[in-house]
Ligand binder design. Structure first.
Ligand SMILES: Cc1cc2nc3c(=O)[nH]c(=O)nc-3n(C[C@H](O)[C@H](O)[C@H](O)COP(=O)(O)O)c2cc1C
Length: 191
């Protein structure tokens, strides 16, 4: 699929057909997700892939009982580490990167959360587009009981809970909701 087609085809899909998602497909998807840019290339994201029926049912409960969370073949919980030094040993960090990460580690927690969320949100978008190009549909899920997701899926406190995504074989979605036009979005040189 051409990139523009992928962008135009991606929709928030809420109805799914049955079908398995294999380990190979999951690996391909997350190999693509790993190409997401991140500040200083710190790559703070981690992903919990939920395919088990009972676990999907539980996640549905955590997500305000949204049916598509259970009906899609899988769901992905995207989390992002607020500790900027967490993966320095895994990502061949150069000294500059290491220094910046150490400096950021001293910053107030609100700032570290903001950086973790920036990177995590970009990863979410990459996954949605990569999934579309592979042939899967997704739906971003923001409405959830965060504390419940954390508790039920064992997410440590230092991780931000970024987003849940459904992932599966989507049925044709309703027409795309209206988008803002160019004039409504774009400013030149100043606000
Ligand atoms: C941060 C975020 C949270 C969202 N949360 C939900 C959600 O909890 N449930 C849902 O069905 N859709 C959710 N959506 C999907 C939006 O409703 C959808 O993307 C939007 O209406 C535009 O439609 P489109 O993605 O098909 O273009 C969310 C989207 C985003 C970006």
């Amino acid at each position: 699929m051409e990139f523009e087609e992928v962008l135009k085809a991606r929709r928030a899909v809420r109805e799914y057909r049955d079908g398995e998602i294999t380990d190979g497909q999951i690996r391909r998807l997350f190999d693509l997700a790993s190409l997401t840019p991140s500040a200083y290339n710190l790559q703070p994201w981690e992903f919990i892939v939920v395919r088990d029926k009972q676990k999907k049912k539980l996640l549905r409960k955590c997500c305000n009982d949204q049916e598509h969370v259970e009906k899609a073949s899988a769901a992905v919980i995207i989390i992002s580490n607020t500790d900027p030094t967490a993966y320095l040993n895994d990502i061949d960090a150069d000294e500059k990167k290491r220094g910046r990460a150490m400096m950021r580690a001293q910053r107030p927690i609100a700032e570290k959360i903001a950086w973790a969320r920036r990177d995590g949100n970009l990863a979410a978008m990459t996954i949605m587009l990569a999934a579309q190009s592979i042939g899967f549909s997704t739906c971003p899920i923001g409405a959830m009981d965060e504390q419940m997701v954390r508790k039920e899926f064992g997410i440590p406190e230092k991780f931000e809970l970024v987003l849940v995504l459904t992932l599966g074989y989507g049925k044709a979605p309703a027409p795309r909701p209206q988008r803002k036009n160019f004039e409504g979005m774009v400013h030149f040189e100043k606000f």
